[in-house]
Structure formats: C-alpha cells, structure tokens
Design a protein around this ligand. Structure first.
Ligand SMILES: NC(=O)c1ccc[n+]([C@@H]2O[C@H](COP(=O)([O-])OP(=O)(O)OC[C@H]3O[C@@H](n4cnc5c(N)ncnc54)[C@H](OP(=O)(O)O)[C@@H]3O)[C@@H](O)[C@H]2O)c1
Length: 259
C-alpha cells in the first residue's frame, strides 16, 4: 500500500501536513514520541477521510530508530512514496551556556535522522522511479544566527543537502524539496525555551503546508514560506554574513541576557 511518512506528526507543521494530506486521500504513517496524540490523530483521520493511518511512537534520536522505523514500514508492506522529514527542534541562548548533550541531540535529530531516513526510503523510490521527499529546513538556514548557532547550522545542512540530492534524483522522477519556513506558530518556541522570541504575525502551520504543496506541484527544489520571509531571504543574500551576524547578534543579545 502506498503511504506518506511524516516525522514529528504529533503537533505543529507535521500535524498540519497529516491533516492536509489525509484530506487528499494519502494513507499515512505518523511518527513522533507522544503515542497518545498519534493514536487520537490516526483515529480521527481514518474516520473522517476513510484512509489508512498507522502510527509509530519512537524517539528518533535513538541510534537504532531509523532502522526500526524502516523495518516496521517494510513489515507492514507500506510503499513510502512521500517522505516528510519534519521532526526537529531548536535552542536559543549563548552557545557556551547551552547544555552540550541537548545540542548534540539536536544535531542528531535535525541532521543525522533526516539523512538516514532519506537514504533508506530514497533507494526504494529509485527502484520505483517515483517519490517525493520534503525536508523541513528554515529561513535560519540562509545565514549564521548568533544565539541559535547550532540550530541554524543544522538547517544550513538540511537546505544544502536537499538541493543537492534534488538535482541527483531529477532523472529518476523523484522530487526533493527544502521547505524553509520562517517563524511559525507552533510549540517550537516553547521547546526551544524561547517564548520571548515569539512574534506577532507568525505564519500558521497550515500556511506553511500550503506553500510546500504548491512547490511540489511546480517541481521546485527549495521554497521559502511567507512573502516577508521570502523578501528577507532575497535581501539577506546580498549582505555579507559579518554584517548579518552583527545586526542579529545585537538584536538578540539583550533578549538572551534577559532570559
Ligand atoms: N515553528 C517555527 O518557527 C519553525 C520555523 C522554521 C522551521 N521549523 C521546523 O519545522 C519543523 C517542525 O517544527 P514545529 O514548528 O512544528 O515544532 P513542534 O510543534 O515543536 O513540533 C515538533 C515535532 O517533532 C517531534 N519530535 C521532537 N523531537 C522528537 C524526537 N526525538 N523523536 C521523534 N519526534 C520528535 C514532536 O513530537 P513529540 O514531542 O511527540 O516527539 C513534534 O511532533 C522542525 O524541523 C523545525 O525546525 C519550525
């Protein structure tokens, strides 16, 4: 059975992807750690849209997690034809003050897990000569970000990696998209202990998903969600990193010291 696998589907952008794609009759495999939320979401989507929704409750930071997930989808006979690598988190503070273990876990989830899942499912997609992979990156991937140093660097990896493999896989009818949202109204800021950085006018997760699906339709390999985020990224590209980091650093230093 064909299915779409979404990591980080228990909330925020991942849940919005699940709801939107269920309405488009995708069968789903939903992954996150919060089992209760996944059970409720699967039950609701199966009932409402008459699709199949399977969940795997898993901590994707665990070393064996991607192998376990892959084996589980193989065992159930799922053909993962859409893979949405969405699970991720950030941290916000002076890097020297952040807990090292948590920073390493972030690299693990945002980068290592994403690469491993892409590799495992891409091979199957290549055999079938079709597939869609959406890697959720960020506008933070376009420049170094003081006080979000590790997070921005993980997302720089995601954007670069995704655009490169998008080109490699063009002849195989496999689309790879780097989805770059700006600030979005989800649990992200609470998890990052950055409630003070929440701002007015953030995008909704539903708007981010809409942008992603239009970009898939037009076969783009990278998309920035939100008009102001797009304009910011275009102007930002003309400025030297030394200037951008100085301005951002100055703006955030006060907020970080107040925390
Ligand atoms: N919100 C923003 O402003 C923003 C902007 C740009 C990019 N993004 C990116 O968008 C993606 C989704 O984030 P979001 O904003 O929707 O945040 P969110 O509401 O905090 O959702 C994060 C999701 O990832 C899952 N997750 C976290 N750690 C996990 C782990 N160890 N194993 C398995 N699943 C895990 C969470 O589920 P459990 O807790 O149940 O495991 C949750 O479903 C992330 O990659 C983030 O970097 C967000």
């Amino acid at each position: 059975m064909k299915a779409t696998l979404i990591t980080g589907a228990s909330g925020g952008i991942g849940e919005a992807f699940a709801r939107r794609l269920a309405a488009e009759k995708h069968n789903l495999v939903l992954v996150a750690r919060t089992e209760k939320k996944l059970i409720e979401l699967c039950d609701e989507l199966m009932l409402e849209h008459k699709i199949m929704a399977h969940y795997v409750a898993l901590d994707l930071i665990d070393r064996e997690a991607t192998a376990r997930l892959f084996n589980e989808t193989e065992k159930h006979g799922f053909e993962i034809d859409w893979l949405i690598n969405n699970a991720g988190f950030g941290s916000m503070d002076d890097f020297a003050k952040l807990e090292l273990e948590r920073e390493l876990e972030m690299i693990s989830l945002n980068v290592t897990t994403l690469v491993a899942l892409t590799h495992r499912y891409l091979r199957k997609m290549r055999e079938r000569r079709s597939g869609v992979i959406i890697n959720v990156s960020s506008t933070a991937s376009f420049q170094p970000v003081p006080f979000m140093a590790t997070y921005a660097a993980t997302k720089a990896f995601v954007t670069s990696f995704s655009e490169a493999i998008a080109e490699e896989n063009r002849p195989f009818n496999i689309q790879v998209l780097a989805l770059c949202p700006g600030p979005t109204d989800t649990n992200f800021f609470n998890v990052a202990h950055a409630e003070a950085f929440k701002m007015k006018g953030m995008q909704t997760p539903e708007a981010v998903v809409e942008t992603a699906l239009s970009a898939v339709k037009s076969r783009k390999s990278k998309v920035v969600s939100g008009w102001t985020n797009y304009v910011g990224s275009v102007f930002g590209a003309f400025l030297p990193n030394s200037l951008v980091t100085r301005v951002v650093g100055k703006a955030l230093r006060g907020k970080v010291e107040e925390k």
